[in-house]
Design a protein. Structure first.
Length: 264
């Protein structure tokens, strides 16, 4: 019989907690390490969809990239979304493990998955301001065949199944590419300093695009979800090999692309 602690140990082997950035909340967030596990659900976010699917599907464990409890919970009341989800998980005997910036940095984690999905070769670490001695960087650098910028944007959107992209192109072909899943637009200077002609990331602001223009580097914002959810399938494959007797599922879907839209 497998227990939550077995899955936690494997996740910490894949993404050591020491790789997490200071102040990040990773590891077992809800549940009992001694609880039995037969079904495991993977999700980028511990949102209502993931919690409801864990309930509906009879899952014992939810593994997410983003943390449910990142700030202190002062009240366990339904009006507080994180508290409501935590109470639901506890009530239904579902444990929760979150692996955030440690999975961003880890070998085979978010950024390796993103680099491989985009067909980068000669993949290496991305030296940037958050790099620490002895810890893989958050981000990767590699090469693609020389590709016109608009074609590479189109390829990125299609490959990541993104809902779209915001971008600034220099007119040069994309060749040496930096990738940094999630909110890493501040790495545009580091990407240029590393000799990259393109950075793929998300959550870019106006200042990031103007800075990229000044530095002569193409900047592609493919969305937070799309640049990180790419890790879910490789992670499931690794866990299936480690725990062949367990059943694994995935919750998919960019929460921002399914938000209700209203005309103003």
């Amino acid at each position: 019989m497998r227990r939550v602690s077995d899955l936690l140990s494997e996740m910490e082997r894949i993404a050591p907690p020491s790789y997490a950035m200071e102040g990040d909340n990773v590891g077992l967030q809800v549940g009992d390490g001694e609880a039995a596990v037969n079904k495991v659900l993977l999700s980028l976010d511990p949102d209502d969809r993931a919690v409801k699917e864990a309930e509906r599907g009879g899952y014992d464990l939810l593994i997410t990239h983003h943390a449910l409890i990142f700030r202190p919970l002062y009240r366990l009341v339904p009006e507080e979304p994180a508290a409501r989800r935590a109470v639901t998980l506890i009530r239904d005997g579902i444990s929760l493990i979150s692996m955030h910036t440690n999975l961003d940095a880890a070998e085979g984690g978010v950024n390796d998955a993103l680099a491989r999905a985009l067909g980068l070769s000669e993949i290496g670490d991305f030296p940037n301001e958050d790099a620490r001695p002895g810890v893989p960087s958050i981000g990767r650098i590699g090469f693609v065949e020389p590709t016109p910028g608009e074609d590479f944007v189109r390829f990125t959107v299609e490959t990541l199944k993104a809902s779209g992209a915001r971008y600034l192109l220099t007119g040069k072909d994309c060749r040496r590419v930096a990738v940094a899943g999630g909110s890493c637009a501040d790495y545009v200077d580091a990407a240029a300093a590393a000799g990259c002609d393109t950075l793929v990331t998300s959550e870019c602001k106006y200042r990031h695009f103007t800075r990229a223009r000044d530095l002569g580097i193409s900047l592609i914002d493919a969305g937070h979800y799309a640049t990180e959810a790419v890790v879910l399938d490789p992670l499931r494959e690794r866990l299936e090999k480690a725990f062949p007797g367990l059943l694994f599922g995935i919750v998919r879907g960019d929460p921002l692309s399914v938000m209700e839209r209203k005309e103003i």
